[in-house]
Design a protein around this ligand. Structure first.
Ligand code: HEM
Length: 408
């Protein structure tokens, strides 16, 4: 496509959720600092996105942005008296000093040493799932493997009591759609309802944990909450929801999309199978090639110049992580190919950057290295029964189902 006027960013275009990369490439070429008709700006190039992620003068608080047409639509559907505070206390949505205080409280549980200590348990969960798949000769990559692993790991880290995981999966899958542009009133209502259910469940869990404290993350947060100056009740609730959801709704896409990429690039799959020392670098390349979280956002507090354009004060700026990861000016002419030994794969922006850089990055890396490396070494035959079913999401873009036949 060469005509600039013909290039447009439309995530609602049919096929976008399956493959957004041609649109990203066109936007990087023709309109890399894009003002969307909804009043939102979108950055597509690596250098611009990296600059925004790291810029401490930008905000992540919605209240600092003027309402967009999407906000007006939400008001119309849910009513003006809807709970506008919901979710705003999670660290992902706070600026300093609140962000600094909240992140410090939680980060102790995510030090590289603590995470590395989880390796034997992650391997055990992976081996159990692979044993079951070997027994049946088949697996649904998502439902039997990529989803249950991070779900079990974050539940155990937090010290959650056994819960109805099907219901929870449903609710959290609906709730994460707040990270997507939603234009369907039914979906908006479903999100609000799922939020209420999740809140009620997490409140029950907190009550249970107060009576059953142990050596886990939730007990540590409760101890902090008891010194009310450190963490309020509402803040506690929202950090727990954030960790719980971020802990599995993202990593499932890394394992799912990453395995799919290897199945589409069999030479790279064979290379990984033969050389376990490539596990870590392969996961970086898979994070780069198909970002599990396609975008994050910042809010401008002043006018900001980007190239020849000026992004005004008080607007949402979507930072295109997945688009940046395919930017040829940074990753070179092979940016659209999978190379599990790519020397600079780790420069991908899939975990965001700056003060909000993903707190769970080390955990996600560990889970994916063990899950993907073990899968390709356990089975010589890994064959799709039919094409994957995509989840239809624009941001937390991944698979819903992917039936595979497997054999040693
Ligand atoms: C492949 C898996 C994952 C991906 C791709 C991912 C991606 C991201 C991204 C893009 C951000 C926003 C960064 C920014 O705006 O600069 C983020 C923040 C965050 N992630 Fe992850 N994440 C993953 C796994 C996890 C896991 C396993 C956990 C925790 C158990 C987690 C917890 C968090 C938290 C708490 C934040 C907020 C950090 C802050 O605001 O300071 N993530 N993640």
């Amino acid at each position: 496509m060469t005509d600039a006027a013909a290039v447009t960013y439309n995530p609602f275009e049919p096929g976008f959720a399956e493959d957004p990369y041609p649109q990203y490439a066109a936007m990087r070429g023709h309109d890399p600092v894009h003002e969307n008709p909804l009043g939102i700006w979108v950055l597509f190039r690596y250098d611009d996105v990296l600059r925004f992620l790291r810029d401490p003068s930008l905000s992540v608080e919605d209240a600092n942005a003027a309402p967009t047409m999407l906000d007006q639509f939400v008001d119309e559907v849910l009513g003006e008296d809807r709970d506008r505070e919901m979710g705003t206390r999670a660290m992902l949505n706070r600026d300093p000093p609140d962000h600094t205080r909240l992140r410090k409280l939680v980060s102790k549980a995510f030090t590289p040493r603590r995470i590395e200590g989880l390796r034997p348990r992650v391997q055990q969960l992976v081996d159990e799932a692979l044993d079951r798949a070997a027994g049946g000769g088949r697996m649904d990559l998502i439902g039997d493997y990529a989803f249950p692993l991070p779900f079990a790991v974050i539940s155990e880290m937090m010290g959650m009591p056994p819960t109805d995981s099907d219901k929870l999966r449903d609710w959290s899958g609906t709730l994460v759609r707040t990270l997507e542009p939603v234009v369907d009133p039914d979906v908006l209502r479903a999100i609000a309802e799922a939020g209420e259910h999740m809140r009620a469940l997490v409140l029950d869990v907190i009550t249970w944990k107060r009576a059953n404290p142990a050596d886990d993350l939730l007990s540590a947060l409760l101890a902090a909450e008891e010194h009310g100056d450190v963490l309020s009740d509402e803040e506690l609730l929202e950090q727990v929801m954030l960790l719980y959801i971020a802990g599995h709704e993202t990593t499932v896409n890394l394992i799912g999309n990453g395995t799919l990429a290897l199945l589409h690039h069999r030479d790279q799959l064979a290379r990984l199978r033969d050389d376990p020392s490539l596990d870590a670098s392969a996961v970086e390349e898979l994070l780069r090639y198909d970002a599990p979280v396609q975008m994050t956002r910042r809010v401008t507090l002043t006018d900001v110049e980007v190239g020849a354009k000026t992004i005004p004060k008080g607007v949402f700026v979507v930072c295109g992580l997945a688009s940046s990861n395919r930017d040829e000016t940074h990753f070179g002419p092979t940016a659209d190919q999978v190379d599990i030994g790519r020397p600079n794969a780790k420069e991908h922006l899939s975990f965001g950057g700056g003060a909000h850089y993903c707190l769970g990055a080390a955990l996600a890396r560990l889970e994916a290295q063990v899950a993907i490396g073990s899968l390709v070494r356990r089975f010589r035959t890994i064959e799709p029964v039919s094409g994957p079913t995509w989840n239809g999401r624009i941001n937390l873009r991944g698979l819903d189902e992917f039936e595979l036949v497997v054999a040693p």
